[in-house]
Each structure stands twice: as structure tokens, then as C-alpha cells.
Design a protein around this ligand. Structure first.
Ligand code: HSE
Length: 373
């Protein structure tokens, strides 16, 4: 049985990963060893009901880490930067699976999204690549939803305008968003319970609350609740945000497209006040004017998690929202219609859970692929 060192399992993505691994009984097929940066020696999580959890090992002890066949880290880029080179220097030859972006674009790494790029991952494994990194959540969710078109070579270019949830900014950000919502409600609660209060008066109070010095915004740096944030991550040359830059960089890397085969993907990335479900509206220029029925069939057939939502009001409101999709593995794709620009221009709206398919699930599945080798 292979030994798998689990690092960063207590954080938000790590917790979702652990839940999924327990639900899928993954721990029956591997020997998990739990590491910690801060609670060394304390008992690890209760995975097997018949066994007492072993004490946590030190996540910075290279000698202990080097005993593992596989290390799965949800700890973040700083940890990867600190530890991965030390393991290499110690001659460790195991597999490194990572939720952080640090190694994503390196030549000796591949982005794990097996429902979309299984063949590329198999080639990487055959050629001895040892680093498998989870993709940017927005890109992974777009490719899972629209893989039927992207993998089939049907896309000339795509513009993705995103509606990204607070979870992409971390657990503290999710809490802050809810605190903001609470502060806004508190500011107008008395007026709301008074049917005679004018809504424009309520609106002014809300705006005053959002702009007040004590409005909680240390995570986002601006109000998200009752507002939105049209910039995610750092600044790149050319006016792109780093999140926007990843769209083309990672899409092509996941699909293994280089040179003239690369697909242009660009758009604006926006944070909205949802909890854990990233959505995006796409304008896709197809290479040829495929009929809508063929497009729907291609999308539905690409992977078992895609659900094509009929393009009508009732179905869209019921099944194509964060409220409907959040917390599950379903990837909803809808609003599929040809745009007025011409029969090669397709509109689509897709969304999926940022913590599941956007983060934990591709890593869990990559681990499964390694287990079965
Ligand atoms: N960068 C993403 C976001 C999450 O901020 O929503 C990680 O892929």
C-alpha cells in the first residue's frame, strides 16, 4: 500500500478534500500519514474507526516527508516554495500533488484535471513527471463545463466574464462577506420592519454603512456585500488581473495546446457576494457554425458531472445558480444560444462549486490515478 503524506488538511480546501476522501472510502486504498506545521505530536484526524489516530508529524521535517510515496499539500504556495526544493535536494523521488499555484506553470509539472486532460496526464506520468498541481478554480470549472467544445477543437476563441465567490479568497474572506451582510442588515433592520420607511431612505443608510470607516473589509479591502469587486488577484502587464491572465495560460496548458494551436481566452474576473460557487458568462467564437443541438450533445457527453440546463427562464432560475449548484459536484451549463453576431457565436453560462471541482476534487482524483498505477 502506498503511503500518502497529507499536509494542510485542516484548512478549507483540505477539509473538503478529507470529506470527499472519506465519503469515497479512499483511505481503504492508501496509508495516510498526517502532517502539521503547528500541532506536531497531537492526534491526527479520526479516519479509521477501529484505530487510534497516529500523532501528527512535522510538516517541515524533510526526513519524515521523504518517507512518503506521495505528498498531497493543501498548505499554500509559501509551503511549497519552502519544502519542495528541499525534498528534491534530499533525493526524494515521490509524487507531489499540490493545491497551490506555485508550480503550476513549470515544465516539470502538469495541471491535474483528469476528466478534461486524462491523456495528457497519462503522458506526463509515463515521461516521469512527479508534480501534479490543481488548476485555477475558474479555469478548471470552465473546462469541466465546456470541455465538450474545448477538447473537441471547436473553439476559435472565448471571452469569459466571471462571477467569483468569496471562497476563492479563502475562509476568512467568506466570514468577512457574511459579516458585511450582517452589518448592512443591522444598519437598516429598524427601517425594514417599518412598512412606512421609504426604500430610498433605506438605500442611503446602506450606502453610508458600506462607506463608513468601521465597515468590516480587512480581507477584501472594499465592500463586497451589496456591491462587487471588479479585480481579483495581482496586476499583470497590459491591464489584466492575474486571475484574467490565468484563463489563457492555464486553459492551453491543461489542454496541451502550444504555438498556433493555442486558444485565446480572455475576459474580466469579478468577485460577487456568493459563498462557494464560481460562475462565468462566456461568449465563444466557434470554428464553425455547429447546430445548437450538436453543441448541447457535445457538452453533455464530455463528462458525467455536466448538466445542460435548457435555455428557458424556469429551468435557468431553478438550476443555473449558485444556490442550486453550491456544495455538490454538478457542473451546470446553460443559457446556450447563438448570439446576434452570427451562427458561430455562442453564449453560455456555467457554474460549479469552487471548493469541490474548483479545488479538492481534481487532486483527489489524481491521487486515485496514482493509487491504481
Ligand atoms: N483565484 C481564485 C479566486 C481562487 O480568487 O477566486 C483560486 O483558484
Amino acid at each position: 500500500m502506498k503511503t500518502v503524506g497529507m499536509v494542510g488538511w485542516r484548512g478549507m480546501v483540505g477539509s473538503v478534500l478529507l470529506e470527499r476522501m472519506i465519503a469515497e472510502r479512499d483511505f481503504e486504498h492508501l496509508e495516510a500519514v498526517f502532517f502539521s506545521g503547528s500541532q506536531v505530536g497531537q492526534p491526527g484526524p479520526q479516519i479509521h474507526s477501529e484505530r487510534r489516530p497516529a500523532p501528527l508529524l512535522d510538516a517541515h521535517c524533510i526526513a519524515d516527508l521523504a518517507q512518503m510515496d506521495i505528498i498531497l499539500s493543501c498548505q499554500g504556495s509559501a509551503y511549497t516554495r519552502a519544502v519542495r526544493p528541499q525534498l528534491a535536494a534530499a533525493g526524494w523521488d515521490g509524487y507531489w500533488i499540490d493545491a497551490a499555484s506555485e508550480l503550476r506553470m513549470r515544465e516539470d509539472a502538469a495541471i491535474a484535471l483528469d476528466p478534461v486532460n486524462r491523456a495528457l496526464l497519462e503522458r506526463a506520468l509515463e515521461s516521469g513527471v512527479k508534480n501534479y498541481i490543481g488548476g485555477n478554480c475558474t479555469v478548471s470549472l470552465m473546462l469541466l463545463g465546456l470541455g465538450g467544445l474545448f477538447c473537441g477543437g471547436a473553439v476559435d476563441w472565448a471571452s469569459a466574464m466571471t462571477y467569483q465567490a468569496a471562497s476563492g479568497a479563502g475562509a476568512a474572506a467568506m466570514r468577512e462577506m457574511l459579516a458585511q451582510m450582517g452589518a448592512l442588515h443591522d444598519a437598516v433592520a429598524a427601517d425594514l420592519s417599518n412598512p412606512a420607511a421609504a426604500v430610498l431612505h433605506i438605500d442611503r443608510r446602506l450606502a453610508d454603512c458600506q462607506r463608513s470607516a468601521d465597515f468590516p473589509q480587512s480581507e477584501f479591502g472594499a465592500p463586497l456585500a451589496g456591491s462587487l469587486l471588479p479585480w481579483i488577484d495581482g496586476e499583470m502587464p497590459g491591464g489584466q488581473s492575474r486571475e484574467e491572465w490565468k484563463a489563457a495560460a492555464e486553459t492551453n496548458r491543461i489542454l496541451g495546446l502550444t504555438g498556433e494551436r493555442r486558444i485565446a481566452v480572455d475576459g474580466l474576473c469579478v468577485r460577487v457576494a456568493t459563498m462557494r460557487c464560481h460562475a462565468q458568462a462566456l461568449c465563444i467564437k466557434l470554428r464553425r457554425a455547429l447546430p445548437l443541438e450538436d453543441i448541447e450533445a457535445m457538452l453533455a457527453a464530455q463528462n458525467p458531472w455536466v448538466e445542460v440546463v435548457p435555455n428557458n427562464r424556469t429551468a435557468s432560475l431553478a438550476g443555473l445558480s449558485p444556490a442550486a449548484v453550491s456544495g455538490g459536484l454538478r457542473i451546470a451549463v446553460g443559457r446556450l444560444r447563438k448570439l446576434q453576431m452570427g451562427p458561430e457565436y455562442l453564449a453560455a453560462f456555467t457554474l460549479g462549486d469552487q471548493l469541490l471541482w474548483g479545488a479538492a476534487e481534481p487532486l483527489r482524483r489524481l491521487l486515485g490515478i496514482l493509487m491504481r498505477r
